[in-house]
Design a protein around this ligand. Sequence first.
Ligand SMILES: [Zn+2]
Length: 257
Amino acid sequence: MEFETKKVTCPHCQKQQNIVVYPSINITLNPEIKDDVISASIFTKLCKYCGGSFEIRHPVLYNDMERRFLVYYIPDIDSSRIIDTALEEDYDSLKYVKRRIVPDYDTFREKIHILESGLDDMAIEITKLAVLNVVKKKEDCEIIKGTFSFCYQEKNTIGFEFETSNGPYCQSTRMEVYHKAEYIVRKTAGLDSSMTGFLKIDSNWAENMLHRFKVREEKRRQYLEQEKENTDPIEIALSIDSEIMNEAQTDRSKTNG
Ligand SMILES: [Zn+2]
């Protein structure tokens, strides 16, 4: 496993020392480290002089080769997309691998959970947003955070945990909601799905995507009304697509600029 040494000062005895950190973890080759990753104990170090323990947070690239995903934990990362040129150049096959960035460790764990379950995290974020709005109305509370909890295909149910202003709350829904979200992703997120680099797929992303979907549906309705004589569905779909793509690119350059 890849490792780096870092010079640190022990917060207990103030003695300087070198410690070993693992910036990149290949879980397919080193499954024995999984528990330490999930519990975050990979960040806990012991001082070799006084024996005191302390924590060193550093970026971690989590690689599941078998299920083809990479989750990059970069503490407090702000951007919605990062491109690791060296990595992209080294591994041409990366384009077949899902790449995500996450700014905090809870999201890191959640992302691994979703992708390990074989679910589409884009559709999960959209589903979460829909469920969150239901909880908000039903409980008349503020939602601080939502996390994917479980998915039982055979029971046709998918569940989320919410941290609300009234305390913790669990809410499940039928799989149809998730399938509808998958449909929205297929119709709307094509551009994002084919992009290089690591993407941040979170509630902001989901909100943006839902907005784009609604605009698209509205445009579609208008087209169908205006062009009743033009009944070629492919032609209509293509003209809507090109408009949406133009808008998406304008949106993106705004966010980046
Ligand atoms: Zn010490």
